[in-house]
Design a protein around this ligand. Structure first.
Ligand code: SF4
Length: 747
């Protein structure tokens, strides 16, 4: 019987969560386009969305587990396919050997960015990480958004409580270090971001972009300020300075639950607009005018992303963005910065929280503090390569390619090559997983259920959308793989993953029946567990979360509420409405109030003042990163449809700098940082400001042993050869990936 049908699902490739319409003919994907009826994206789709077809069909994607069996004469690893039982047996044996020889502390974990988009990982990560009990957990968060978590932790008592710009209702949208025309938005789930920006302007609002580059977003804005990379904190402090100096502080409702505003004036005193102009390159009058505009706008939302977090003062910058929202009355107000309410959010008892803590342990070699349960990924090579107690001898990597995506790439590669054992959960044999002993490949996105647990917490509108499996496969999804790994790690052996799935469901329900104010408070958890539905482990856990979440059906007590079954009946999703004010109820701070000075921010402002003086006298070229609409960090370069065309891995140089350096468009340049050097094609363009050069990240697919034929033919260069693992935001442990001092010369 032919398999012809049309299905709808949410794109899992980026944070925008677009609805897709997938036409299947004769059991193959014929076409993918935007789902016009999706309650959130209304038909919007970017060029990556349709590539779920190519990803599903990619011949290089692993369909079976592989085990490394030595190396070929050229030193490239040789992998053979094995069945799943055999693969897990090798994992168990390797883990046991390392633990017996070196102890539990010799085992670490690296988690890549795609995990955030993966239902099975989101439902089961806790089980695995708890089972492994490792303190050496690293992730892409410390080359990305960790400052946002830490700032939220100190301000709101919860690192996952992140305000997003209420862009559909704002009168003034200020975007700093973010280019949603190509990234499609980050820490701001807003499908069709470009249309939403246009809508701000169409209703009489204004859009301002602050970026060293005249990005596509900047071109679409009303105003663009070019700023020297890494100096956003100085600009933001100057905005606060001017608001205070001109008596424009107006906290509104939120002021009654915020402590410490009276000390802000003294803290930002050194950051006058005139002083900030010297450091940031933005005219002082323009800084004053921007502050005046934010204060005068009926509503304003300031949003910062990668350019503001992967810098030395990333956490302070993020904190200052929220301070501006607070002092202008825009926090937790429509049109300002608001807190989403996800369909799987846990109902919490009325209690005050515990103090937000970082530094519960430190990295062994460099002594950097743990944040959000993780260590800085810049420390990972040292943790593996430097001898001593606790030296890492075995790593688990899940959906990651740190050899390309993390600082000091060559040393990261050397570190992974030196491990005694390595297990990867990944769909590709990439530049990192080529060092693994075992690779366990889950199915492609079309072969898995999907629900955006992480991004419904960052969404500018509350929505819920479940996507069932499109194609059945005998490849397990992440939930089954992680469940089996969890059992091996805890010493239960390789068993039935249902044991873990059931345990997770039971834990959710047992906790909620005990929780005051939960939808199922006082109910019989075992009876409810028997009512949970779902075909797979992740789906069952999701059903438990949805039914007990803020919009849940409470297992029948709220018949109109959500469950997986209800979402299955709504393939275009369910709109749960605009964001609503959530403070103070959503605060997890000790006092159930916001204290601006909890945490290191006073000291950070003093440190910033000193550093700003140095920056004012430093005219070295600064390297920044770059995104492209047809790229997704390091992992989608094996799809011909996305990499074809003009090579994109170029060094963009401003014409004035090119002339001074003797560089020509289409020529070659040698670029050198403190830690590395590479040679790259030059693109002379005035989109980058003078004094700044730009190179995209995620490229450099030229290592032998990976199985990525298309990517290897379009290798590009790896910008992380140049990033310095010792340069980080000391508060969050996030690597400095923007504003790296470099020297550039003709090659
Ligand atoms: S914007 Fe993101 S979610 Fe939407 S289609 Fe593109 S990759 Fe998928």
């Amino acid at each position: 019987m032919s398999d012809d049908r049309t299905v709808f699902r949410t794109c899992p490739l980026c944070e925008a969560t677009c609805g897709l319409q997938i036409e299947i003919e004769d059991g193959a994907v014929k076409r993918i386009r935007g789902d016009q009826d999706d309650v959130f994206s209304s038909g919007f789709i970017c060029p990556k969305g349709s590539t779920l077809k190519q990803l599903y069909e990619d011949p290089d994607r692993l369909r079976k587990p592989v085990v490394r069996q030595g190396f070929d004469p050229d030193g490239a690893p040789v992998f053979v396919e094995v069945d799943w039982d055999e693969a897990f047996a090798v994992v168990a044996e390797k883990l046991a050997t390392v633990r017996q020889t070196h102890g539990n502390d010799a085992v670490g974990v690296y988690l890549g960015n795609p995990n955030a988009h993966n239902l099975g990982w989101n439902t089961h990560a806790r089980a695995f990480l708890k089972a492994i009990g490792a303190r050496s957990i690293f992730s892409a968060s410390t080359v990305d958004q960790m400052p946002r978590h830490v700032a939220s932790g100190y301000l709101y008592g919860n690192g996952l409580r992140m305000p997003v710009p209420d862009m559909d209702r704002t009168d003034l949208l200020v975007l700093i270090g973010t280019n949603p025309f190509v990234s499609n938005g980050s820490i701001c789930t807003a499908p069709g971001y470009p249309d939403r920006i246009e809508a701000v302007r169409a209703r009489g609002g204004r859009v301002v972009v602050i970026d060293p580059v005249r990005t596509r977003t900047a071109e679409a804005a009303d105003q663009h300020f070019r700023i020297r990379p890494g100096t956003d904190a100085v600009l933001l402090a100057a905005l606060v300075h001017h608001l205070i100096a001109t008596d424009q502080i107006s906290t509104g409702r939120i002021g009654t639950i915020v402590d410490g505003i009276e000390h802000l004036g003294a803290a930002v005193k050194p950051f006058t607009p005139d002083a900030a102009a010297t450091v940031t390159g933005i005219d002082a009058e323009m800084i004053r005018a921007l502050a005046d505009e934010i204060a005068a706008a009926p509503t304003a939302a300031v949003h910062g992303r990668i350019g503001t977090t992967t810098v030395e003062f990333g956490t302070l910058t993020t904190w200052l963005i929220d301070v501006i929202a607070i002092v202008t009355g825009n926090l937790d107000e429509p049109g300002g910065a608001m807190f989403p309410c996800s369909a799987v959010e846990r109902v919490r008892p009325n209690r005050t929280g515990r103090p937000y803590r970082v530094g519960r342990w430190h990295s062994r070699v460099n002594g950097n503090p743990e944040v959000q349960g993780e260590l800085p990924v810049g420390d990972l090579p040292d943790e593996i390569l430097e001898p001593g107690d606790g030296q890492l001898k075995m790593m688990f990597t899940v959906a990651g390619n740190p050899v390309l995506s993390c600082p000091d790439s060559h040393r990261m590669d050397e570190a992974f090559a030196s491990l005694e054992a390595m297990v990867s959960v990944d769909i590709y044999l990439n530049e990192t997983t080529r060092h693994a002993d075992v690779i366990l490949p889950p199915g492609s996105p079309l072969e898995k259920d999907h629900f955006d647990i992480a991004f419904s917490n960052l969404s500018i509108r509350n929505v819920a959308n479940f996507s069932p499996v499109v194609f059945e496969t005998d490849q397990p999804a992440e939930d089954d793989i992680i469940a089996r790994l969890s059992m091996i790690v805890t010493g239960m052996g390789d068993g039935d993953p249902d044991l873990v799935h059931d345990q997770l469901v039971s834990q959710i329900l047992a906790n909620d029946v005990r929780t005051e104010g939960s939808l199922i408070e006082g109910c019989d958890a075992d009876r409810l567990a028997a009512m949970v539905t779902g075909e797979g482990g992740a789906e069952r856990v999701l059903d438990a979360l949805l039914r007990t979440g803020p919009y849940g059906d409470a297992f029948g007590a709220n018949p109109d509420g959500l469950s997986v079954e209800k979402l299955r009946d709504h393939p275009h999703g369910i709109d749960l409405g605009p964001l609503v004010a959530r403070l103070p109820a959503a605060l997890d701070t000790e006092t159930a109030r916001i204290d601006l000075w909890t945490g290191p921010f006073l000291d950070e402002l003093a440190r910033l003042e000193a550093r700003a003086t140095e920056w004012g006298a430093d005219d070295r070229l600064r390297l920044i990163g770059r995104r492209h609409l047809r790229s997704n960090n390091s992992w989608m370069h094996n799809l011909e449809v996305l990499v074809k065309g003009k090579p994109r891995c170029t060094l963009q140089v401003n014409p004035a700098d090119a002339t001074g350096l003797g560089l020509v468009d289409g020529g070659r340049a040698a670029i050198r940082s403190r830690v590395g050097e590479l040679t790259v094609d030059v693109e002379v363009t005035d989109v980058v400001m003078p004094g700044v050069v730009s190179l995209p990240h995620g490229w450099g697919h030229d290592r032998s042993g990976a199985r990525l034929a298309v990517a290897a033919a379009n290798a590009g260069v790896n910008s992380n050869v140049l990033t310095d693992p010792t340069a980080l935001d000391p508060i969050s442990g996030t690597s400095v990936l923007n504003g790296i001092p470099v020297e550039v010369a003709p090659a």
